[in-house]
Design a binder for this molecule. Structure first.
Ligand code: FMN
Length: 198
């Protein structure tokens, strides 16, 4: 069974290191047999979630973007969230994307039930400053009924951490990002087998 892993994240900044980290993990997920899709928030013009359970308040173009996110979320069995650390927590743009998933609350498998999520943070500071960013994503994923992969990666000093090919200079960070991608690919295949989506 081939499962789809949806990578969501990045900052809106050109050259986002959260996107670079996400791409490394997605590549490993693909090598582990999954189909992957990157939803780069820099090029995905989601409006702000308005807190309603209706699309009535959005323009036609905005609705198309929202529906694309919701359909990609429904089809994926695994996810990798990657966020920059902003003021010790996740970016507003990632949180906004996650909030739209509330519109899946009435699906037979609501929100992210029976799905697997891997999480990555990047930060300007030293090791450890991205921990709260990871914890915030972990708690959000669990609130949406997802199962979080055990490997979580936090990239310190991220703007200086990647070479021109998009690989981390620190081989341990590359390995951990790849381990995370592999875990999400394998676990989402197991979940897809034993926990069919509605
Ligand atoms: C608004 C803002 C707040 C930030 N807050 C923190 C912070 O609390 N801790 C930290 O280590 N880095 C912080 N940073 C640095 C970013 O995490 C860092 O530049 C990171 O590389 C940004 O991710 P990106 O490369 O995907 O854009 C902040 C940056 C911005 C723009």
């Amino acid at each position: 069974m081939t499962t789809t892993i949806l990578g969501i994240g990045g900052s809106l900044r050109a050259g986002s290191t959260a996107t670079l980290a996400l791409q490394i993990a997605l590549e490993a997920a693909q090598e582990a047999g999954a189909q992957t899709r990157l939803l780069d928030l820099a090029t995905f013009p989601l409006p702000l979630f308005d807190g309603t359970y209706s699309l009535d308040g959005y323009t036609l173009e905005e609705r198309q973007v929202i529906v694309t996110l919701l359909e990609a979320t429904r089809q994926a069995r695994g996810f990798i969230f990657a966020s920059p650390t902003y003021h010790n927590t996740i970016s507003g743009s990632l949180k906004n994307a996650l909030d739209f998933m509330e519109l899946l609350k009435d699906d037979r498998s609501p929100r992210l039930e029976g799905k697997v999520v891997g999480i990555i943070s990047v930060q300007g500071g030293i090791s450890g400053t991205g921990n709260n960013t990871l914890t915030t994503m972990l708690l959000a994923a669990r609130a949406m009924r997802a199962w979080v992969a055990p490997t979580m990666v936090s990239v310190p000093g991220s703007r200086e951490a990647f070479d021109e090919d998009g690989l981390a200079y620190d081989t341990i960070i590359n390995q951990r990002l790849r381990m995370l991608g592999t875990e999400v690919a394998r676990a989402s295949t197991m979940f897809a087998t034993y926990w069919p989506a509605g």
